[in-house]
Design a protein around this ligand. Structure first.
Ligand code: SF4
Length: 303
């Protein structure tokens, strides 16, 4: 009996032949949507921490972070993957990315790289650099959030859905794996909009998706909107149902790397249910079982 959902752990086992561990590293990257190149406000749902660990600011270089964080995974014999999650790690001139890649491939026993970025921070030169890096597996985590351009404008993303599609196709053509970040419950969107976004991504050459419930976090533009009564978060049951329907729409080979958002400690303002991360995953698993949903059961390959 195959699992109902294809997970990242399964995908990594197929790639590395054993368990793999993503080691979160902070390269001190920036974001054009924060440093003024596009805007200073950032995306509506993001706060200035940009999902980062802040270790770079505390003076830890990549090698120091790696040495500090890898020993447990090493002892377990897991494949080690450098995971640069915060901000947009391919932002800036190609020379910066080349230097970053040089630093990464010099990390002892590294077998993979996973970089968080934005579609407008990738071009053919950067894709070529990433594809040429002598490393077993390179994965790009790219934010889309919504395939609806009106929503992207509303939440201040600073790129379009077509930008995302273009960057994804370019990366996949070069042999890179792409993970798309999607959000349910964005301002002005309902479940149907979220599922349209899932269908959009399912038709692209993505290797994975991360599904998130929209969080209202302290210090974000969304927090101000929420406090002014202009935003109502999704109900827990509606989110669990939306994720199950999304899983049904995704092709079997796409790894569902995340089924719900992971609020940073002390930052979550709403919805309160988002703090129960394990409970939400249990709700989703129970609903998949109850409704006999398997990943891909509603997927129709684009003609
Ligand atoms: S969510 Fe990502 S792209 Fe948007 S402002 Fe934050 S770091 Fe930049």
């Amino acid at each position: 009996m195959t699992a109902r959902v294809h997970t990242l752990a399964q995908a990594f086992r197929a790639i590395f032949g054993r368990k793999a561990k993503k080691i979160p590293l902070d390269a001190g990257s920036s974001c054009p949507n924060r440093d003024g190149a596009l805007s200073r406000g950032g995306c509506l749902f993001c706060n200035a921490a940009g999902s980062g660990t802040g270790l770079h600011l505390k003076g830890f270089g990549l090698r120091a972070q790696w040495d500090k964080l890898t020993p447990p995974a090493r002892r377990r014999g897991e494949a080690l993957i450098a995971y640069l999650q915060s901000f947009s790690n391919t932002y800036g001139p190609s020379e910066r990315l080349a230097a970053l890649l040089d630093e990464l491939i010099a990390l002892p026993d590294i077998e993979g790289i996973c970089l968080g970025t934005r579609p407008d921070c990738l071009d053919i030169e950067k894709i070529a650099l990433l594809a040429a890096a002598p490393i077993g597996h390179t994965r790009l985590e790219m934010g889309l959030q919504s395939a609806n351009d009106a929503t992207l404008q509303r939440i201040g993303r600073g790129h379009t859905a077509a930008d995302f599609a273009r960057a994804t196709i370019m990366a996949a053509d070069a042999g890179l794996s792409v993970t798309a970040h999607l959000m349910a419950g964005l301002p002005g969107e309902g479940v149907a909009d979220f599922l349209d976004t899932v269908r959009f991504v399912a038709a692209l050459p993505v290797a994975g998706v991360k599904l998130h419930n929209t969080l209202v976090v302290a210090g974000s533009g969304l927090a101000a909107l929420y406090e002014a009564g202009g935003y109502q978060p999704m109900a827990r049951e509606d989110y669990a149902q939306a994720v199950c329907r999304a899983i049904a729409l995704l092709p079997r080979h796409v790894a569902v790397e995340r089924q719900n958002a992971d609020p940073a400690p002390g930052e979550l303002l709403a919805p309160a249910w988002a703090a129960d991360k394990q409970g939400i995953r249990k709700d989703i698993a129970a609903r998949l079982e109850r409704d006999d949903i398997r990943q891909g059961c509603d997927f129709h390959a684009p003609r």
